[in-house]
Design a protein around this ligand. Structure first.
Ligand SMILES: Cc1cc2nc3c(=O)[nH]c(=O)nc-3n(C[C@H](O)[C@H](O)[C@H](O)COP(=O)(O)O)c2cc1C
Length: 364
């Protein structure tokens, strides 16, 4: 399926908001600017390591509704090492040089010089729209071994020094920070961190409403996300966590004083969610989710994009996890998953997709 077919996906007759979602008053939105970058609609696609590569971003872009797309987090030290050894760019920068803007690239490390060096290249050579720094990753290798990601939340001043360096290196490209509420519930310091981030010259702050210790347990605390807002002087606040429907996106804007929202996991299963949420925010009816036949086209298109880059064998292995995401919530998902995770070749992949996502457009 090509881009045109993908954009056709959500142009079927629409049902009213009341069908997919309960009726909602549409909130008044402020325009979201990250530095000189207008993010319209103010719905951001979150960075997700292992998932938000060029193929996924292309799918999201074709379906529409995300005002800013983001890469996976890039290891800044690794990037510098590759450059010094005249090796290829990191795999995670696949597509970045050429793809449409606006685009944010996220990087992680704890060394201001290294981050500034990589930030400079991203801003001035790759000409990305936004350079984002990861201060939220709770994964052991990043936190305990590399003292990066959410490890840095315990040291807001050090975060400030990092951001200052990166801002100076990237100017005029805006630099943003993505954080969690704190390292743990007995150390929630998002407000102190937010002030350090703004004071150092960042252009926006994204807050995931969990602590690092939570990993993904429990629910995102939107009250605590919104509690940061009064402490920011001018930069926008982007809220993140557990948004999995157009209704929840509208609710987030209605109930909480955020300038933008960011969606991660739900949009792996339903990349059309951005488009649905954007329509709901405009007060327009929300398109129904794609039929099985339309999802099949999407699965094939996504597979094609992955295989063009990685070849058939590796492409099939990589596509398994995306296919499992797409199947979430569908009848027969468990059987589909157990079959697709064993697929070894495009022929096997295509046969399994054909069985579970039949071409008959009447099936939903
Ligand atoms: C598989 C996976 C990979 C992630 N990778 C990143 C990452 O590279 N950088 C980052 O800032 N957050 C990362 N996150 C966190 C998400 O961006 C987001 O903050 C979190 O999932 C909460 O949003 P959600 O409830 O919409 O999923 C990742 C999350 C998942 C599930």
């Amino acid at each position: 399926m090509g881009p045109l077919a993908a954009t056709r996906l959500l142009r079927r007759p629409v049902t009213s908001l009341a069908c997919d979602d309960d009726s909602l008053a549409v909130p008044q939105l402020r325009p979201l600017w990250i530095g000189s970058v207008r993010v319209d609609p103010p719905i951001l696609q979150a960075p997700m390591a292992g998932y938000t590569n060029f193929a996924y971003r292309q799918i999201v872009r074709e379906l529409g509704g995300a005002g800013l797309l983001a890469t996976e987090m890039v290891n800044a030290k690794g990037f510098v090492w590759l450059a010094e050894h005249e090796a290829e760019q990191p795999d995670r920068l696949w597509g970045v040089a050429e793809e449409p803007r606006p685009l944010a690239v996220q990087m992680w490390d704890n060394d201001p010089e290294t981050l500034a060096k990589v930030g400079w290249r991203l801003a001035h050579e790759y000409k990305v729209s936004v350079v984002d720094i990861n201060f939220g990753c709770p994964v052991r290798d990043v936190v305990q071994k590399a003292h990066s990601g959410s490890y840095l939340l315990r040291e807001p001043e050090r975060m400030g020094r990092i951001i200052e360096k990166v801002v100076a290196a990237c100017a005029p490209t805006p630099v943003t920070a993505k954080i969690r509420l704190g390292c743990a519930w007995d150390n929630v310091n998002a407000i102190d961190v937010a002030q350090a981030v703004e004071g150092a010259g960042a252009a926006a702050l994204t807050v995931h409403g969990r602590t690092a210790a939570d990993m993904f347990r429990g629910s995102a605390d939107w009250e605590r996300i919104a509690a940061v807002k009064p402490f920011l002087k001018t930069i926008p606040l982007i809220g993140n966590g557990d948004l999995d429907s157009a209704k929840k996106v509208v609710e987030a804007f209605r109930r909480y004083d955020v300038d933008g929202v960011m969606i991660a996991r739900a949009a792996l299963a339903r990349p059309w969610l951005f488009q649905q949420a954007a329509a709901a925010l405009r007060g327009e009816p929300v398109s129904p989710s794609p039929t099985l036949a339309e999802e099949r086209e999407l699965l094939l298109h996504h597979f094609q994009l992955i295989c063009q880059r990685f070849g058939d064998a590796k492409g099939t292995l990589l596509m398994r996890k995306y296919a499992c995401c797409y199947a979430q919530g569908r009848a027969g998902a468990r059987e589909f998953r157990s079959r697709i995770v064993r697929s070894q070749s495009p022929a096997e992949y295509l046969a399994i997709v054909a069985d579970h996502f039949p071409r008959d457009a009447s099936s939903v």
